[in-house]
Design a protein around this ligand. Structure first.
Ligand SMILES: NC(=O)c1ccc[n+]([C@@H]2O[C@H](COP(=O)([O-])OP(=O)(O)OC[C@H]3O[C@@H](n4cnc5c(N)ncnc54)[C@H](OP(=O)(O)O)[C@@H]3O)[C@@H](O)[C@H]2O)c1
Length: 335
């Protein structure tokens, strides 16, 4: 069977450490080319990961008609531009998260994908982990009853220094870097976009380090999200609160390859039933799923409608970020 041929735009850490090895390990994919803004860097990466072709510019790899699918892990501010170029060159595109930094960008990317007929997907790898499927199964089976609130937190400590995450011009900041995960999870679990959002954030050097948001979804449901760069990665819990039970994943987005823990908390006196989901390579599953769709001409498991809902949530949160306008101060409480 012909395998799907992948090319990679840039020598990003996520590509080198996880996604290119996943392409090489996938049953239906192979990595055939990598590009860098610097030819020496492209050649070094190609040698390290056994990639046959190396290009010294992004334009050149887009001219390589042997490439079926392009993986785009450039800084967030450049996702739209390079995804559009790759789609227009006739490539299917798997773009890193968050695919767009605004809803307008996402709409342009989706309409270009529709116009060219080229597949477009967002590399939210956690969606392909079996623990997330377990969560969706519980929700769809009705075990939790009607879902009322979804809570998601995510954080890690970032160190000063050159990092695309700390650069406002490159789409840095904690909301775009990791706040997008809980927002994406909420939209998938509720299967729609929010209708309103209110958020606040704390900034340093032009990027947000802490952000918290409340999102309203249709039919009186809420999403609560917080994210920060200031506290160490211990857990990244996702809690789906239903009428009858709470479903909790301990490490919802990046659990590594090991087994994952979760719990189901039921009405019955706060009964807590813990469970373990066997570890998996979610990057490999994501690549195999995308490559299957490419080969079979089928829609992606998570199509652009999902990414559009997440872009709505992200854009609403971004636009609503304000210092708290009428906080209750200590003086009012006479403290
Ligand atoms: N799904 C996940 O698990 C996951 C995890 C981490 C990050 N990400 C996402 O993946 C993307 C890359 O993140 P990363 O941490 O891997 O980034 P990174 O190591 O800083 O790499 C970014 C790459 O983009 C290219 N680039 C082009 N213009 C650039 C510029 N002006 N400044 C810096 N780099 C530039 C560079 O490649 P060349 O120099 O070779 O051209 C660089 O290697 C981001 O969108 C991020 O949100 C996803």
């Amino acid at each position: 069977v012909k395998t799907v041929k992948w090319g990679v735009l840039g020598t990003a850490t996520i590509a080198m450490e996880h996604v290119i090895p996943a392409i090489s390990a996938a049953r239906n994919a192979e990595i055939i080319a990598i590009a860098s803004r610097d030819l020496k860097r492209a050649k070094g990466a190609a040698e390290r990961l056994c990639i046959p072709r190396a290009y010294g510019s992004y334009e050149e790899i887009l001219d390589d008609d042997n490439v079926d699918c392009m993986y785009v892990p450039v800084p967030n501010s450049m996702h739209c531009e390079w995804t559009l170029s790759a789609l227009k060159a006739g490539r299917a595109v798997l773009c890193e998260k968050p695919m767009a930094t605004s809803l307008a960008q996402m709409q342009e990317m989706v309409s270009t994908s529709q116009g060219t007929g080229a597949l477009l997907g967002e590399a939210f790898m956690y969606r392909y982990h079996p623990q997330f499927k377990r969560l969706l199964d519980f929700v769809h089976k009705g075990t939790l009853g009607a879902v009322k609130i979804i809570r998601g937190s995510i954080n890690f400590e970032i160190h000063e220094g050159p990092d695309i995450r700390l650069n406002p011009a490159l789409g840095g900041g904690v909301l775009l870097d990791v706040g997008c995960y809980p927002l994406d999870a909420m939209c998938i679990v509720l299967n729609e976009a929010p209708i309103a959002a209110q958020a606040t954030s704390l900034q340093r050097n032009g990027v947000d380090y802490l952000c918290a948001a409340i999102l309203e979804f249709p039919n009186q449901r809420l999403g609560l999200m917080d994210c920060n760069f200031d506290t160490p990665w211990l857990q990244a819990p996702l809690e789906v609160v239903g009428e009858h039970a709470i479903f909790r994943l301990q490490n919802a987005y990046n659990p590594g390859r090991g087994d994952c823990k979760g719990s189901l908390i039921t009405e019955d006196g706060g009964n807590v039933e813990t469970f373990v989901v066997k570890g998996a390579d979610m990057y490999k599953t994501m690549i195999e799923s995308f490559s299957d769709s490419y080969q079979n001409g089928q829609p992606l498991q998570y199509c652009t409608e999902t990414s559009l809902a997440t872009a709505v949530a992200l854009d609403m949160v971004q636009r609503s970020i304000k210092p708290m306008t009428s906080p209750v101060s200590r003086r009012q409480l006479a403290v």
